[in-house]
Design a protein around this ligand. Structure first.
Ligand code: FMN
Length: 244
């Protein structure tokens, strides 16, 4: 949505269009008229809505392919990605997939070492839309829950929480101990979203790829990004439920 704004009539300032991100989101389309005319008077024009920018962290839980698929989809959707992989993420990529580490790195816009706590994503002043840890080990979950930012992944997650930005953890372990559950509760109470990679069998997946696409697609729903490449629930009939 955009709003037409005119400058005060005596100063002959031409009509300009101010488009605010809020207005585009439909969250707050009302910009005070006095602010619009003040902006027009100094020739200020709001920048076009920026490309989405996301931090993707991969850790050493099983399911490395989920993080890889996420990077592939974000690349296809033209989202700027800032990637950090832990040492054990690299080990699980090598163990569980045919991808070379350099090929995974090449999917991201920027890549940082997990040891580099001086990287831009270590500061709240570096603006990002969200951070996703996919997959997220219980060890990284616990460091986020306790605010123990000794590597770039836990530090960037800590920053995401303190800046009240979206933090999504694809936490993976089974079964779960009380410690895991307490940590999940703690990060949830502080604004994070725990999103375990749990398959939806109502789509009747035929391949592992179907399960991965559905999990990653639903994850990106949390950022209002539609991958448009997986089945959504649309009532019983569509999914072939037998009538009794
Ligand atoms: C093949 C493999 C699979 C693993 N799967 C899990 C898992 O599903 N969940 C988990 O919490 N840890 C898992 N681990 C253990 C973590 O890699 C280990 O706790 C590590 O210290 C996590 O460090 P990071 O969070 O810095 O990557 C796995 C390790 C290996 C080698």
């Amino acid at each position: 949505m955009s709003s037409e704004v005119r400058g005060p009539s005596k100063t002959k300032i031409p009509t300009i269009k101010i488009t605010t991100p809020q207005a585009e989101d439909g969250m707050n389309s009302k910009v005070a008229p006095e602010r619009q005319t003040a902006a027009a008077a100094v020739g200020a024009v709001q920048p076009a809505k920026a490309r989405k920018r996301v931090v993707v962290a991969m850790t050493g839980a099983t399911g490395a392919i989920l993080g890889i698929r996420l990077l592939e989809k974000l690349r296809r959707l033209d989202v700027e990605t800032h990637l950090v992989m832990s040492k054990w993420a690299e080990a699980t990529i090598a163990f569980e997939t045919d991808y070379k580490i350099r090929d995974v790195r090449a999917l991201a816009s920027k890549v940082y070492s997990a040891r580099d706590v001086a990287a831009p994503i270590s500061s709240g002043s570096f603006k990002v839309d969200a951070m996703m840890v996919v997959p997220c080990s219980m060890k990284t979950l616990s460091s986020i829950a306790t605010g123990y930012g000794d590597d770039l992944i836990s530090r960037a997650a800590d920053v995401t929480l303190k800046e009240r930005r979206r933090l999504i953890l694809m936490a993976r372990e089974t079964p779960l101990s009380g410690i895991h559950l307490e940590n999940m509760m703690k990060v949830t109470q502080n604004g994070a979203i725990i999103f375990p990679p749990v398959p939806a069998f109502y789509i009747r997946p035929k391949t592992v790829d179907d399960i991965i696409d559905q999990s990653v697609g639903r994850l990106l729903d949390l950022m209002n990004i539609d991958t448009a490449d997986f089945e959504r629930w649309d009532g019983m009939r569509k999914f072939g439920a037998r009538e009794g």
